[in-house]
Design a protein around this ligand. Structure first.
Ligand SMILES: [Zn+2]
Length: 426
């Protein structure tokens, strides 16, 4: 197992042209005392939509690290892979997000459930957890129900982990287990059962991405009950610390927030929880990068702005198709989408203001933003035209990419946190 640093941050580089500008944000953060490790993550779904290979993301990251003399660790995440898709990630990646969401709810053998319940008497009754005021009251039926929901997923995680181990021939990577792309959020007691099951299956996971309460729509802020989120997040931290001690999971195990980009209103409660407990965090905000590319193109004016408008017009026409795979994670009011004709008349500033995620700016349009967030397929279809524009307008794009990461994400999330190794104090 390669130890996962305490604070890791997932960035997306869909078109493999953004790594330098992203790394500059991490370098600036480092100078400010924020010890943060970049993880370039790109899901199998994104690779398929774009038609790219994981090695391209690896090459872009390696080049940026060499060119800018990045002194720390960095990782390449095979994001949301499973047994069918993991193989082409084995060589270039060193961080694997095992997506077992599809196996949630697939009932295991009744014998397996019975064996699990028998093996884990500590999960039944009043389960006291340091850092949570009231013990969980968990009945035998609760454990059985939870085992029914999650045992198959835990078994599958074990299978994927061993496939990676065999394929790489060495235990030199970080393992994450993700369950975020599923119907119902997982409660803290469910998380405890899941961690027990993953330990049973020998998965040395260092990060786990549950589905949290509330809506995590693509590219826009969190929509949900903030107080409830904060309670759950704090309880999850306590459950993880408890599971590390009880089930021998890696001491580096931490929560992973697959944010779907830009959950700004969660950053304060998360920062508060990390400061209080000393816990680590992995947070991914991949899609926001491609939107900063579009903003940079718009700000470049002339052909850059024309290309950004063209991409919007095409995305508008194809909106149903583009949105279909993301239906569970977007809320677009079609009446709030400007017509391509209206957008064509916009200045660079109007385009950038509509797209840029500045909640204080009344011109910011979350509907347009969500559509473009899932619209990267359009840019992929433009092929060299898009890539050439990224090179031509490198400067305004880089400025937006770096500023966005540093000002809107890294500083609010990680400022004033202790860089020391994890030490949980409730
Ligand atoms: Zn995810």
């Amino acid at each position: 197992m390669k130890p996962c640093p305490k604070f890791t941050f997932g960035v997306g580089d869909r078109f493999a042209h953004g790594a330098h500008a992203q790394l500059r944000a991490f370098l600036s953060a480092r100078k400010e005392g924020i010890d943060l490790t970049p993880v370039w993550n790109k899901s199998n779904r994104e690779h398929e939509i774009i038609g790219s290979e994981p090695q391209q993301t690896r090459d872009a990251a390696d080049r940026a690290v060499a060119d800018l003399a990045w002194p720390g660790d960095y990782f390449l995440d095979a994001d949301h892979i499973n047994l069918d898709t993991v193989d082409r990630y084995l060589a270039p990646c060193d961080f694997f997000t095992l997506d077992v969401a599809d196996d949630i709810g697939e009932p295991p053998d009744p014998d397996e459930i019975a064996a699990f319940v028998k093996q884990h008497p500590e999960l039944t009754g009043a389960v006291a957890i340091e850092g949570i005021a009231e013990p969980f009251e968990i009945s035998r039926e609760d454990v059985e129900q939870c085992a029914t929901l999650f045992l198959r997923a835990a078994r599958k995680a074990g299978m994927i982990y061993r496939r990676i181990l065999e394929g790489r021939g060495a235990d030199d990577f970080v393992t994450e287990v993700s369950m975020d792309e599923t119907g119902a959020p997982q409660t803290p007691p469910e998380l405890l059962v899941i961690l027990a099951a993953l330990a049973d299956h020998g998965v040395p996971l260092q990060t786990i991405a549950p589905k949290f309460t509330g809506r995590f729509n693509k590219g826009v802020d969190y929509a949900g009950d903030l107080a409830q989120f904060e309670r759950e997040f704090n309880d999850d931290l306590a459950v993880i610390a408890h599971a590390v001690k009880t089930y021998g999971l890696p001491a580096t195990l931490k929560l992973s927030v697959h944010s779907g980009s830009d959950k700004f209103s969660l950053y304060e409660p998360i920062n508060r929880a990390l400061a209080r407990t000393g816990a680590g965090l992995h947070l991914t905000t991949a899609g926001t990068n491609w939107l900063e590319e579009l903003i940079g193109l718009a700000e470049a004016g002339r052909d850059g702005l024309a290309l950004a408008k063209d991409i919007y017009a095409r995305a508008f026409v194809k909106r149903r198709d583009l949105c279909a795979p993301y239906a569970a994670v977007i809320d677009i009011d079609e009446d709030r989408l400007p017509s391509p004709a209206a957008v064509n008349a916009w200045s660079a500033d109007q385009f950038a203001s509509a797209l840029r995620h500045d909640p204080a700016n009344p011109a910011c349009n979350p509907h347009l933003r969500q559509l473009l967030h899932v619209g990267f397929k359009i840019a992929a279809q433009l092929g060299d035209t898009y890539l050439e524009a990224l090179r031509t307008h490198r400067e305004p794009i880089a400025r937006n990419v770096t500023t966005n990461l540093l000002d809107r994400h890294i500083r609010p999330l990680f400022a004033d946190l202790r860089p020391a190794p994890p030490a949980f104090q409730p």
